[in-house]
Write a new protein. Structure first.
Length: 167
């Protein structure tokens, strides 16, 4: 125990070497925690998934600088990871809970017509919409657009009309 205290320190009066040792340990444990929380915490970037990233960083950084005791801080980090996994599992099992936690996709444009109610609900401006359309088809024109969907992670998916299709 005494050797661990020499390496990592036990108060906020840490040497550069102790803080570096803490940073090394926290980096390894954070990597482990993020792997444990699952790939979705790194890929989806929904509000739910962003929570684990932000909170884990905020909590574990306190252990590096000695603002909080190391072991309780690591326990708090582990609790966040376990909570994320439990909620993710529950969302996988329940579409209702999944919609509450992660939201649902919104169709902003259907067959070239803008749904203003969905635009307002998704806080999407015309500029946001036309920028996404321009990126997909090269022009700001909805006449050749089948759908624009505001995905749960905030991305806009533009689906053009199939070639040769007409309305």
């Amino acid at each position: 125990m005494e050797i661990l205290e020499k390496i990592f320190g036990s108060s906020s009066d840490l040497t550069a070497l102790q803080m570096s040792a803490r940073a090394f340990l926290i980096f390894i444990l954070t990597l482990f925690f993020l792997r444990l929380s699952g790939r979705r915490s790194l890929g989806h970037r929904s509000a739910f998934d962003l929570c684990i990233t932000v909170l884990l960083g905020a909590v574990l950084s306190r252990a590096i600088v000695g603002a909080s005791p190391m072991l309780p801080t690591l326990c708090a980090g582990a609790t966040l990871v376990i909570l994320h996994r439990v909620i993710a599992f529950a969302c996988r099992e329940s579409n209702y809970l999944d919609d509450i936690i992660n939201g649902s996709a919104r169709t902003l444009v259907y067959q070239g017509k803008i749904d203003r109610r969905q635009m307002r609900a998704g806080l999407i401006t015309d500029a946001d919409l036309f920028e996404a359309v321009q990126k997909k088809i090269g022009k700001k024109d909805l006449s050749n657009i089948e759908k624009v969907i505001l995905e749960r992670n905030g991305e806009l998916t533009v689906i053009p009309l199939a070639p040769g299709s007409s309305r």
